[in-house]
Design a protein around this ligand. Structure first.
Ligand code: UT7
Length: 330
């Protein structure tokens, strides 16, 4: 019998070695450890050095996830890389495929900023539910340090670099209990890593644009407001769809943007603090990597156990947001 359910059977993560604490950032911008810690909960972040690459970090996280799932890279049918910071605009997933030796897998990038992992999870699930693929590697990896304006204190203190990965496999029991995805492009201008170009006259009447991507700009207050409202709403919706009550959730696993957002969402949903997974103090906001990085840590710490029910939600640029509820293990 064909297995059309989904199980998340392994996780992995990798971060750059170099840790930079809040105090160190006071050499760069007018800020303080006190401001950053109280406003965000962040105490340090990992930063990729010039010699490091997104694909290498992502491949390291992936190897762990593949081993944890008990499969080989050659078993993979699909590799999805959720990232907003590819090392090549044509895509980075194929480089990871090559590094892993995943010869059978088709590989491509998916861009949905900090919602990338949740969007990727749902995308991967569709291929499994339709019976097309059985073994999918989903990676969330970002190096926003390469795209922040290091003179802008409103954004540069928030982000860090990292990679996390999971293996999804076809399973008898469907462990993805519900999901919802949303986009609102009318609020796109609140968070951007935008292309800016100047016209270049090639030949008479032919003006092309040539330029580059500009550092991240964010209206923090608006994005905060959006997250605090939309995230509890969408988790509530998915709970209803999955026919679950909030106290059946073992772990709340949110995109690690700001401790105040985690606290506000947990409070709105009436989820006690001990069920909220948080590691942003150590890594800052790692964009698409934050959820799988925190998931992998919680699994390796023995917090997340087989059959535990996890409510996850990603939110960010687009604007995009989404939630998924799944049960850990086969
Ligand atoms: O991953 C995608 C999703 N992103 C998010 O979810 C981020 C959501 N937003 C946030 O987490 C918060 O809005 C921030 C952490 C970005 C900012 O916190 P806030 O409490 O909203 O601060 P604010 O932007 O209102 O700024 C308050 C003050 C300002 O000074 P004035 O204008 O009141 O004099 C800022 O200039 O804090 C100042 N400020 C800083 N001071 C010291 C901003 N950044 C810093 C800084 N150090 N790094």
């Amino acid at each position: 019998m064909e297995k059309l359910g989904i199980a998340i059977t392994g996780s992995g993560s990798a971060v750059p070695e170099t840790a930079v604490d809040n105090q160190a950032l006071t050499q760069l911008v007018e800020t303080s450890d006190e401001w950053i810690a109280t406003r965000t909960g962040i105490r340090q972040r990992r930063l990729a050095m010039a010699t490091e690459s997104l694909s290498t970090l992502a491949a390291a996280a992936s190897s762990q996830a593949i081993a944890a799932a008990g499969i080989q890279a050659t078993d993979l049918d699909l590799i999805l890389l959720a990232t907003s910071t590819p090392e090549d605009l044509f895509g980075t997933a194929c480089r990871i495929q090559a590094q892993l030796g995943a010869t059978k897998a088709v590989a491509f990038d998916l861009t949905a900023a900090c919602s990338g992992f949740v969007f990727g999870l749902v995308t991967a699930a569709q291929y499994i539910r339709t019976g097309v693929y059985q073994n999918v590697l989903l990676i969330g990896a970002d190096m926003l340090s390469r795209w922040v304006d290091w003179t802008d204190r409103r954004t540069c203190v928030l982000f860090g670099d990292g990679a996390g990965a999971v293996v999804l496999q076809a399973n008898d029991r469907d462990r993805l209990l519900g999901f919802a995805l949303k986009s609102d492009g009318t609020q796109n201008h609140y968070l951007n890593l935008a292309y800016a170009a100047s016209p270049q006259n090639l030949i008479p009447d032919v003006n092309v644009a040539q330029g580059n991507y500009q550092p991240i700009t964010m209206n923090g207050k608006e994005v905060y407001r959006f997250a605090a409202q939309k995230v509890p709403e969408i988790i509530d919706k998915v709970l209803f769809q999955a026919n679950l009550s909030v106290d059946q959730i073992d772990w709340l696993l949110l995109h690690q943007a700001n401790q105040r957002i985690l606290d506000a969402v947990a409070e709105r949903l009436n989820i006690p603090e001990h069920k909220v997974i948080s590691n942003l103090a150590n890594y800052g906001n790692t964009s698409a990597a934050s959820i799988p990085l925190a998931l992998d840590e919680a699994v390796r710490q023995g917090k997340i156990q087989p059959n535990h029910i996890i409510a996850t939600s990603g939110f960010g640029a687009g604007l995009t947001w989404g939630a998924a509820i799944f049960q850990w293990g086969r």
